[in-house]
Design a binder for this molecule. Structure first.
Ligand code: CO
Length: 470
């Protein structure tokens, strides 16, 4: 390897976001994070992924924490390491598309509170759904990374990925991520994909995968050899299984090679020692199910994400139709084809999965069509990579006109209306964004926050009569 020029691999640590989202339902608290960030700051990570994704929802809903407060505390602690977040395009961190003014304001406030790198993705890879967030990040001086939702299928040729990468470069992104949420990218395919993307673009390329199918560390190795610039890993107590490959293992793998990230294993060991008791506690209290730590080979056989498989199992169980599991698994790719072959990631994975279950249980395909299926077939989520099946579309929306423009073009600005709705709870500018994303959960949290400060029981407080400061 002597002839290879040094190219240390950059590493993004996910233990504060994806790792605990994937393994313990996003329940790591700010209090659990803060004591170790000083040490983490010394490692030399390219960035620490610590915000966005499901952390925002889980902080408010389950941990009764202000996600903005967490971000500010992390920013105070990480003096030299960049902070990264995950952002669902026009859906921000919520479950519906938002008007551009809300998307822009969210990006502005994320960066103002400490985010350096925003990873933005769309479940259909419709780049029109990413443009507002990318432009806002550019404007605020943040790093806009666009993620390709990786999937398999007839439409997803190397030419498709190359073409998409070029368009991402043209739209003003600073880097590209291959986001393999299901662990479908196998090692030698990673060589082909990274090589192809490197031909198509000069932007740095990051690879994000999950260990679900058991190939992830090998995939990273082949991708690094093919020239990938950045990989995502998690400290060992929260690595493997449905999470990422272990940071210590990848650092050791590349030690003494041109890709050596130069990490100090003793320091990594101390960080792992900190997280291990948290892992053990979560195993004891059942938050961490040992099942998710294994290899789920079905994810490769059926090419669907692990989380979607477990959803199908529980949906069928509820209906007393567990015996239909394999029939449904066979129906998933057919529905996906009818729906324009989208990647299977939130929310398209739920839409396709639920429709497949209905098609099998009703004994007739598309006898019943969900509201979300109709929305997807109508174009409400954006453009699918392949055209949808026109017969199925006709069944779903009849003579209604399909949407062909960028869906958010149909949305009026909504920030003023949201501000008016939540004015009585506002304690900081960011509160309106919290409210925009999860109105009900946000109000519950605002009540809790005020009650905590005034030491009153949120259930008994008389909101109308000014028990809370406005
Ligand atoms: Co992930």
């Amino acid at each position: 390897m002597a002839e290879i020029k040094k190219k240390p691999i950059k590493i993004v640590e996910t233990v504060l976001r994806d790792a605990h989202q994937s393994l313990i339902a996003t329940r790591m608290t700010t209090e659990q994070m803060l004591p170790i960030i000083d040490k983490m700051d010394q490692v030399g990570y390219h960035a620490v992924e610590c915000w966005g994704g499901a952390t925002f929802d889980a902080s408010l809903r389950f941990l009764k924490e202000d996600p903005w407060d967490r971000l500010r505390k992390l920013k105070d602690g990480f003096k030299r390491t960049k902070l990264q977040m995950l952002f669902r395009g026009q859906n921000i961190l919520g479950y519906r598309p938002y008007a551009d003014d809300v998307v822009e304001y969210f990006v502005q406030k994320s960066i103002a509170n400490g985010i350096d790198i925003i990873r933005i993705f769309d479940c259909l890879n419709d780049l029109r759904n990413l443009q507002t967030a990318v432009s806002a990040a550019n404007k605020e001086g943040g790093h806009a990374q666009v993620a390709l939702s990786y999937t398999l299928g007839d439409a997803y040729t190397l030419d498709y990925w190359k073409e998409t990468a070029k368009r991402i470069e043209d739209m003003g992104a600073d880097s590209i991520c291959i986001k393999d949420m299901a662990g479908l990218l196998v090692p030698y395919e990673a060589t082909r994909l990274v090589t192809a993307l490197k031909e198509a673009t000069d932007l740095p390329i990051e690879l994000h995968t999950h260990y679900t199918s058991g190939v992830a560390s090998m995939t990273y190795m082949k991708a690094v050899e093919a020239g990938v610039d950045i990989i995502d890993t998690a400290m060992s107590p929260f690595a493997m299984g449905t999470s990422q490959p272990a940071t210590e293992v990848m650092a050791e793998t590349f030690k003494g090679t041109p890709y050596d990230p130069g990490f100090n294993q003793k320091l990594l060991g101390e960080i792992a020692d900190y997280f291990r008791p948290i892992e053990e506690e979560d195993l004891d209290n059942g938050l961490l199910n040992p099942k998710v730590m294994g290899v789920n080979i079905k994810t490769l056989m059926y090419q669907v994400p692990g989380g979607m498989l477990s959803n199908l199992v529980s949906q069928l169980k509820e209906q007393g139709a567990s015996d239909k599991y394999y029939e449904v698994l066979a129906e998933v790719p057919r529905v996906r084809k009818d729906f324009g072959e989208p990647p299977l990631v939130t929310p398209s994975s739920q839409i396709v999965g639920t429709q497949a279950v209905l098609n099998v249980l009703m004994g007739e395909r598309y006898k019943m069509i969900t509201k979300e299926s109709k929305g997807l077939l109508k174009g409400e989520y954006g453009q699918t990579v392949k055209p949808v099946n026109p017969e199925v579309q006709k069944l779903a929306i009849g003579d209604e006109e399909p949407i062909t423009c960028r869906p958010a073009d149909l949305l009026e600005p909504e920030l003023d209306k949201l501000e008016a709705e939540m004015a009585q709870w506002k304690e900081q500018d960011e509160d309106v964004l919290t409210y925009a994303l999860f109105p009900q959960v946000a109000v519950d949290f605002f009540k809790y926050r005020a009650a905590q400060r005034n030491k009153i029981d949120p259930e008994k407080a008389d909101v109308e009569n000014g028990a809370y400061p406005v």
